[in-house]
Unconditional design. Structure first.
Length: 434
């Protein structure tokens, strides 16, 4: 995507913490962010950013320079630029961080980074207010599509393939009252093929799809939705030709809160379903029949919860990663059968996402760190040597993260939709290889 850089930070050498000798596989703690600092790059450029009107399909205008550190509410520019925790190992040279400009989109509630046109790189799809979708294309033009009914929860918008072509389609729902199916036109817009609305007193008769993930159980290029619906996890499918013919296939019962992730955990072609439950526990249900499989028990007390992520760390299989928000322990699950190694941040962590880097099999894990209300990010990379990771503290605002490859270069960008206690608004960051 042809965006200008609004800020460019270059970092010097950093330290990889070593696992202690008294634990097999080791567990490490990140170093003090004030202990080792690196100089900024004197050649760092400052460039203009594009902006535009939310009501226009193509937006360009003059721009202003943006300082990445201004959104780190409790840190000064001088402090955040120098507070990178790295050291003497060449493999721990911290990546360059830059903020990328975005056209003016309005009041963004949530975003997806998905390949809308099927050309191999992602576009940014934003829910603006509660009844508008805006897509930012490769040339920074903006395409607006009005939703037939208000969608209150950004998590209830699901990009997926409703048919077997390359363009991305969409399902959107609202609290059992409205359900929409739309086919992508290939230019960032959607054509609504069916809309079902339910009025009072029949509210709640439609599926509640606030927690779900797209999945292709048959491998035919047509997606279904694996969802948590009430006290069951199951799969909704057959959204076309209309929404009155949806099929429901239950998988398992759940008690309390549950989240889902989809990936090829055993390396087989069929996708597997990971069902994360309270207490840092998750169950793997291998596809295509999704019968119960292995149970993973994270490093947590019964009253603690984890965020579960899946990453491609080289090879055919994906690997789970857990983030314990209460203790700061990050676990990486690998092997057959799966076992874990851990990294102990020794503090609260929240809001994780995995970003692909330019190094094959070496994705980076980015985690929000709200210790002492610093509102910074913790970056961990060099997974091949987990848990002896390289770490750095990043001056990126607190919020909800979405990762995707916007320019097709193999390096993911990070979209942050800010929320309290950080500043509101959408910002886009690139973490480039050194």
């Amino acid at each position: 995507m042809n965006r200008h850089l609004a800020l460019y930070l270059a970092l010097s050498l950093g330290a990889c913490p070593s696992p202690p000798n008294d634990e097999p596989g080791g567990s490490t703690s990140s170093t003090d962010p004030t202990a080792t600092t690196g100089p900024t790059d004197p050649t760092t450029p400052t460039t203009s950013a594009s902006s535009g009107s939310a009501s226009s399909d193509s937006t360009t205008s003059d721009s202003t320079t943006s300082d990445l550190t201004t959104s780190a509410a409790t840190t000064s520019a001088a402090t955040t630029i120098d507070d990178w925790t790295t050291g003497a190992d060449d493999d721990c040279v911290a990546p360059v961080v830059s903020e990328r400009s975005l056209p003016e989109l309005g009041d963004v509630r949530g975003v997806h980074l998905v390949d809308l046109d099927g050309n191999g790189d992602d576009e940014l799809l934003a829910l603006v207010q509660i009844q508008t979708l805006r897509a930012v294309l490769d040339d920074d033009s903006v395409v607006t599509t009005d939703l037939p009914c208000a969608i209150l929860d950004p998590g209830a918008i699901f990009p997926l393939h409703l048919d077997a072509d390359e363009t991305m389609d969409i399902i959107a729902t609202r609290d059992g009252e409205c359900m929409i199916a739309g086919l992508g036109t290939g230019d960032g817009a959607f054509t609504w093929v069916d809309v079902v609305k339910v009025e009072w007193p029949d509210r709640g008769t439609l599926p509640r799809l606030g927690r779900g993930v797209a999945i292709d159980p048959e491998g035919d290029g047509v997606d279904a939705l694996a969802v948590v619906d009430g006290f069951e996890v199951g799969i909704y499918s057959n959204f076309l030709p209309d929404l009155t013919m949806i099929k429901w296939a239950p998988i398992t019962a759940v008690a309390g809160y549950a989240n889902l992730a989809v990936g090829q955990l055993d390396g087989a072609p069929a996708p597997d379903l990971l069902i994360a439950r309270a207490g840092c526990e998750a169950a793997i249900h291998p596809g295509p029949d999704f019968a119960a499989g292995s149970v993973l028990e994270g490093d947590a007390l019964p009253n603690e919860d984890c965020a579960w992520l899946l990453g491609g760390f080289g090879g055919a299989a994906q690997q789970p990663v857990t983030i314990n928000g209460s203790s700061g322990v990050v676990e990486y699950w690998s092997g057959d059968p799966l076992s874990s190694a851990s990294f102990d941040r020794n503090g609260r962590l929240d809001r994780g996402t995995l970003l692909e880097s330019a190094l094959p099999g070496d994705p980076r894990l980015l985690v929000a760190n709200d210790d002492d209300e610093t509102l910074t990010m913790l970056l961990l990379w060099r997974w091949a040597s987990f848990p002896a990771l390289c770490t750095a503290s990043l001056p990126i605002p607190y919020g909800v993260f979405t990762a995707g490859d916007l320019d097709g270069d193999g390096i993911d960008e990070l979209a942050v939709v800010g929320e309290w206690p950080g500043p509101a608004g959408l910002r886009l960051f690139a973490l480039n290889s050194p």
